[in-house]
Design a protein around this ligand. Structure first.
Ligand code: ZN
Length: 48
């Protein structure tokens, strides 16, 4: 299952695999550390 969060660089939403800790925005190529507010809510934490 994929969930989406917002890229802090280009402000577009992108999909993150559940419990994934690092994800790359497909729109601008930025790599992010992901934190999980809860099981269904990924949040960009900062640059990976
Ligand atoms: Zn982006």
């Amino acid at each position: 299952m994929t969930l989406s969060t917002r890229c802090l660089n280009c402000r577009k939403r992108f999909d993150v695999e559940r419990r994934e800790e690092v994800a790359t925005c497909p729109h601008c190529g930025s790599k992010w550390r992901i934190s999980w507010v809860d099981a269904d809510q990924p949040k960009v934490q900062g640059p990976a």
